[in-house]
Design a protein around this ligand. Sequence first.
Ligand SMILES: [Fe+2]
Length: 229
Amino acid sequence: MTTKFRTLADQLPTPVSLPTLREQIEDAINELISSLPEPARMSAEGRRGIIARYTAVLEGNFIYWMTATYLSVRSLEAHKIIEDNLREEVRDNHPGMLRRFAVAAHASPTDADRHVIDRHLQDVRMFVARLRSLQIIPMMAFFEGFIQRFMPYLANLAAMQGSTEMEYTDVHGVVDIAHTQGLLEAFAAETELTEHPMPLRVLEGVEVLRNLIAIVIFPNGALQRSGVA
Ligand SMILES: [Fe+2]
């Protein structure tokens, strides 16, 4: 199956307004969510694979990327918002929660699962390494928003694999709504420190991360640019 995802806007009108940014991020999330294959029509291995690849992306990288976001920002307000987010991740041991979720669904990532996502995962890491706050904050707002919307689907996959361990999906179906809003406020705080319009693609990180999530969902390759023959 080939699924096409559109190319995100090269440049948003500057100064970038929060409603416009929020709309672009929500559109990208909606596009992914509406593409999700029907669990009942998938094989057990197909369902296991999505849980495993999601776990391979999230378990070891979410806090790392949120930490990079913290390092990239300059404003006190953005630091405070992202620190609160990080503290909750660490204090409540979200990686441990996800690990329990994957193990209970018999979907611990294998070497083969990691191989499938590797190129796109490295692309996100290279992007994050640039530490550009006005690009990395939208990426993380997209990540939080996607995670929250994805939780019922992920829980359904796990239930169909025989699991009843749902703490991870229960917790993340709720808290990340506030996190997405907080990150947008952090973006606004960072924008105020920028005196000139930034000649950069604000949605570049969203697109790089979207391409990684697309591989989590479609391991055989999603065609990521619509309009391409
Ligand atoms: Fe989390």
